[in-house]
Design a protein around this ligand. Structure first.
Ligand SMILES: [Zn+2]
Length: 451
């Protein structure tokens, strides 16, 4: 009996050892890249091999040996580069001409948080399909639908970009709404679209609550109301956010507000409309990122006059050497969002990449546009130490396009291949997301109870 028990125990030990070895070994993938862009330097290397083990890049070079048993992905006819970043968007709100006449105060009444969370999940996949592997999702996302989407993607329920959520925007009385006394006082209509935070205590509480509920950045309404925030208020928010590892984005819509945000030293300023050349100069000096949200003039959005201003402002910011990011503020939809040639609906990814129109009109060099869409985006999202560069140790978030975006930025409209966290999402121009779907949280990167 004792001997049988001993044999059983040693068999069990062998089995456990075997299992742990099997668990340690991640599948190896080798990408053969015809051209590999380094957006930091704006240079191209030809015929490179990228080795990926599990979720991360383990090697990059021209003559790397491909281990036997590795899955080989042949992108030798394509240009390979890091995934793209939309540094300011809203995935969990879709205001429409019908029924709400583009008034998102009403969207908040008609669309539940649950519905908006599902919209966000769909938008995430559409963005990934167009090569956007990171989005900063900054407010107007119902009751933390943005944070829930980040968690769901991280846990392995479904594919999507790396989401940097802000939770509700923090503002002074009224946020961006002008509610009736009934709705404000008796129905608490501000929350969850905005958190009213008026005193230092309330600002600290609001920042802490957002971080507790899963925010990875803090969005402040600097001047949404004439009684907005002071430099001291903003500095307090920055200090408190830093305790939870978050940077602060200031929403700015007036020149005075811009000056307050700059003086306080926010990490990112959202919206370029109200900024002057002098603000741009100061931002460049202080190293403040700009998420200009540079809307193109299209059949579905904008006016020629507004577009001219947007282009001139973007051009000035570039001339002053502000740290530019590619950002959209997409949060709307209408029935004119169709491809004029095919009559097909444009996807959220296609609508996003179409913001290139503004950058081209501003005459910004292709290498600088690409840097804004990648490296600067990763820095603004504060994840540059983990994602972005195609170098060993970084997450494998990799896309590929025909042509060369450094000489024709529109090449980015034709993303043929997308890899996120080492898993293939799109190949040969077709979405193949099967590996991303699971009936449970297969990964818990922050521990079971942590958001
Ligand atoms: Zn916005």
């Amino acid at each position: 009996m004792k001997r049988r028990m001993a044999v059983f125990c040693s068999l069990l030990a062998l089995l456990i050892a075997g299992l742990s070895v099997a668990q340690q070994k991640s599948p190896v993938t080798a990408i053969k890249a015809g051209r590999l862009i380094d957006p930091e330097t704006g240079t191209v290397a030809t015929n490179q091999v990228i080795l990926i083990e599990g979720e991360k890049i383990t090697g990059v070079g021209p003559n790397l040996a491909i281990p036997s048993g590795a899955t080989v992905i042949d992108l030798s006819q394509l240009t390979v580069l890091p995934g793209l970043v939309d540094a300011h968007t809203h995935m969990a709100i879709t205001y429409k001409e019908q029924p709400e006449n583009n008034y998102y105060y009403l969207t908040y009444i008609t669309d539940s948080t649950a519905l908006r969370a599902i919209q966000a999940a769909s938008n995430g996949m559409q963005l990934l399909n167009s090569g956007f592997t990171v989005v900063r999702d900054v407010g107007n996302n119902a009751l933390y639908a943005d944070a829930a989407l980040r968690q769901a993607i991280e846990q392995g329920w479904l594919p999507g970009p790396t989401v940097i959520p802000s939770g509700p925007m923090i503002g002074s009385t009224g946020g961006q709404f002008w509610p009736t006394p009934e709705m404000y006082k008796y129905h608490n209509i501000m929350f969850p679209e905005y958190i009213d935070a008026n005193s230092p205590d309330e600002i600290v509480r609001a920042v802490r609550e957002n971080m507790l509920f899963g925010a990875r950045t803090i969005k402040l309404c600097i001047d949404c109301k004439p009684w907005g925030y002071s430099v001291e208020d903003i500095k307090l928010a920055i200090r408190e956010a830093a305790k939870g590892g978050c940077k602060v984005e200031g929403h700015v819509q007036t020149a005075d507000g811009a000056q307050l945000a700059i003086d306080a030293g926010v990490y990112i300023i959202a919206h370029n409309n109200a900024l002057t050349p002098d603000h741009h100069r100061q931002m460049a000096e202080k190293g403040i990122f700009l998420a200009g949200t540079d809307t193109p003039f299209t059949p579905y959005r904008g006016s020629e006059a507004a577009f001219k201003r947007t282009v001139a402002n973007l051009r000035d910011a570039w001339e002053k050497k502000v740290l530019l990011t590619f950002s959209t503020d997409m949060d709307y939809w209408n029935e004119r969002m169709k491809d004029p040639k095919t009559g097909e609906w444009l996807t959220r990814g296609e609508l996003t990449i179409n913001f290139l129109e503004t950058w081209k009109a501003a005459g910004i060099p292709q290498a600088d546009i690409l840097r804004a869409m990648t490296i600067n985006g990763y820095k603004a999202a504060d994840i540059i130490s983990q994602r972005g560069p195609i170098k060993p140790g970084f997450f494998a978030d990799i896309i590929a396009v025909p042509g060369n975006p450094l000489s024709d930025i529109d090449a980015l409209r034709n993303v043929r291949f997308v890899m996120k966290n080492g898993m293939v999402f799109k190949k040969d121009g077709v979405m193949v997301p099967e590996k991303f779907f699971h009936p449970g949280p297969v990964k818990t990167p922050n521990g079971r109870w942590s958001r």
